[in-house]
Design a protein around this ligand. Sequence first.
Ligand code: HEM
Length: 144
Amino acid sequence: MYTGIQHLHSGIAYLALLALILVIIYALIGSLSGREFTEKDRKIALIAFILSHIQLLVGLILYFISPLGFSLLKGGGAMSDATARLTAVEHPLINIVAIVLITVGYSRAKKISTSRGKFRSIYMMYAIGLVLILSRIPWTSWLN
Ligand code: HEM
């Protein structure tokens, strides 16, 4: 079960990061071109929104079954070890903040009346979310 969820979390990470990058570029181009924000644009932004929420759910499950998540906190000493602190505290917390920002960007775009404002809400909030996510990925364990 643990290995399956770990692989799922790792696999969705590729999809979620790719979707975020593409949506940011797409919304930025939409804003710069001055074109109208359409239903298709909303659906494209929704793909990255959904993938990041699925990743949040899988991440929460992983947190409680992984030896690198909550169990490190219970064991104590996680805060004084940088590697343990990353997966047990920083990665989960910062990613939750990032996904909240992505949610705000998507939801606010629906309420804003101008097309440029809608595009801007998506690319700004998704970009801040992406930077936060990238800043706290356990790169060494992921890419090895
Ligand atoms: C968009 C958000 C997220 C992304 C892109 C992401 C990505 C990743 C990646 C790439 C890894 C390394 C996987 C590996 O070494 O095979 C990882 C590990 C981990 N993530 Fe996330 N994550 C996200 C959100 C979360 C959240 C919200 C939580 C918990 C609440 C979480 C909990 C964990 C844990 C506990 C590990 C260590 C798992 C292990 O190797 O045992 N993640 N994450």
